[in-house]
Ligand binder design. Structure first.
Ligand code: MAN
Ligand code: CA
Ligand code: CA
Length: 491
């Protein structure tokens, strides 16, 4: 009993400690405007969304080669806009690779008041205002203390001592060999409550948790607004300096609510829409330029107005077309529902009559064998099943039409949806064809007169009606697609 009580107390204590520890942890929010990562890191024109690159940097789909392993190269990548987060965390994943036992010169991660697009400090500007974290591969001062990781602050007035590997200028450092590792190396840099913490994942494992502390600097004041950047350089010796991802998170004090950003939309979706929007804008700008070239007399603002209205008209047309399709499919669905209902009533009547008149009907049917009677019933059931399938198919088409994107969210997706609807209608048509074929093929037993039925839609009329509707609808869809295509060509 005593053991149980002490165990309970121990558990409660642990829980308290855990609560207290987690209460002190900041919450983080991913900031896509200050981040990049594969697998679609670049736009089709080779630029990185929200970032600028300079010098010998080569962005590609899954990484940015800040420098290739050629002599005297310099490259850098900078956020296009300044950020003003009081607290932040970044996670940079990179590889430094070279064939030599010794490589050069290294890579730097920056948070500075201005973009240091070019310069002598690992490919970026000297006299920076802010923070530089240097992954210095080459031992310029010959003290056998490289590769090394240095944290160097600057208020905009200091020049970096490259010849001495900044030996007297570092706020903190750690010796780490980050070259030629089996997995990418990762740096996690946290700036929280004026404390800078640099954690390094040495790239020996793919494991997410293998970070080690490199440096911790307290009371560090950084510019309230700044750019993130990453740069690299080579000299007489050279390495490839490749950055796979740069992820930025804004940190929020515990208890303080995370500002409601547009975070309810998944990141990939936002990226996709943004990219589509940017592509759309680019195409529009190009058209405007072409138009301006052809009509130099028209004022720039007038051109803007003109193209804006074209843009809006396209959106309205897409929206209206979509609405019409939606309504037409709805109508078709309603009609199918009615037909299905009539068919069911008819079947019920048949079976009721048969059971009512029993042997009487069978005898009325004269020589009609039981097997053939079964055939008639089976055939009717099959008709019902097929109509049911048809209805499902139309319902699917209807739901697909309802999901059509509501704005300029991509011609490609729009075409896909239309294709899907066409596909469904194709199935409807094929089923109808098969049904009609069966109708012809089945050798109809000579039925004796059945009790009189209420006058309702005949099967042939029904098929003709549905086929007519389908053909009408397919025609309409094709007409719409052509119209859309023509509208797009206009852009
Ligand atoms: C040369 C110079 C140095 C550089 C080394 C290693 O000595 O370009 O600045 O650090 O090569 O690349
Ligand atoms: Ca060096
Ligand atoms: Ca050195």
């Amino acid at each position: 009993m005593a053991a149980l009580v002490s165990r309970l107390v121990w558990l409660q204590l642990q829980l308290l400690v855990a609560c207290w520890a987690s209460a002190d942890l900041p919450s983080r929010r991913f900031e896509y405007k200050y981040s990049f990562k594969g697998p679609q890191l670049v736009h089709s024109d080779g630029t990185i969304p929200f970032w600028t690159h300079a010098g010998n940097a080569i962005p590609s789909a899954d990484q940015v080669r800040i420098t290739p392993s050629l002599k005297s190269q310099k490259g850098s990548v900078w956020t296009r806009s300044k950020l003003s987060f009081e607290n932040w965390e970044i996670e940079v994943t990179f590889r430094v690779t070279g064939r030599g036992r010794v490589g050069a010169d290294g890579l730097a991660i920056w948070y500075t008041a201005g973009q240091g697009l070019d310069g002598p400090v690992f490919g970026a500007a000297d006299s920076w205002n802010g923070l530089g974290i240097f992954f210095d591969s080459f031992d310029n001062d010959g003290k056998k203390n490289n590769p090394v990781i240095l944290v160097v602050g600057n208020n905009g007035n200091q020049l970096y001592d490259h010849q001495n590997d900044g030996a007297t200028q570092a706020l903190g450092s750690c010796l780490r060999d980050f070259r030629n590792k089996p997995y990418p190396v990762r740096a996690r840099i946290i700036y929280y409550r004026k404390i800078l913490t640099v954690m390094i994942h040495n790239g020996f494992t793919p494991n997410n948790d293998d970070y080690e502390l490199c440096a911790r600097i307290e009371n560090l004041s950084l510019p309230s607004e700044g750019y993130f950047g990453i740069s690299a350089a080579t000299g007489a010796l050279a390495d490839d300096h490749d950055v796979l991802s740069f992820l930025t998170f804004r940190l929020f004090e515990p208890g303080k609510p995370v500002e409601p950003a547009d975070s309810t939309i998944p990141q990939e979706e936002k990226e996709k829409y943004r990219e589509e929007y940017e592509n759309f804008q680019q195409a529009l700008d190009k058209k405007k330029e072409e138009f301006q070239k052809e009509h130099p007399d028209v004022q720039g603002e007038q051109v803007d107005d003109m193209f804006e209205s074209v843009n809006e008209r396209e959106l309205r047309q897409i929206f209206e077309g979509q609405n019409r399709i939606h309504l037409e499919i709805k109508q078709l669905n309603r009609q199918l529902d009615m037909i299905l209902d009539e068919q069911r009533k008819y079947m019920n009547l048949v079976s009721e009559e048969i059971s009512k008149k029993g042997s009487n009907v069978v005898s009325q049917m004269g020589q009609l064998p039981q097997a053939e009677l079964d055939n008639v019933v089976k055939y009717q059931q099959e008709v019902l099943r097929h109509v049911g399938e048809l209805k499902n198919s139309v319902t699917n088409a209807l739901s697909q039409a309802a999901q059509l994107p509501g704005g300029a969210t991509g011609g490609y997706e729009m075409t896909q949806h239309f294709n899907d609807i066409k596909e469904h209608l194709h199935v409807v048509k094929r089923d109808l064809g098969a049904l009609v074929q069966r109708n012809v093929n089945i050798e109809k037993p000579k039925c004796p007169e059945l009790p009189p039925f209420p006058s309702c839609l005949s099967t042939t009329h029904f098929f003709m009606f549905v086929a007519f509707q389908t053909v009408l609808f397919i025609g309409y869809i094709m007409y719409r697609s052509q119209q859309e295509a023509a509208a797009k060509k206009f852009f």
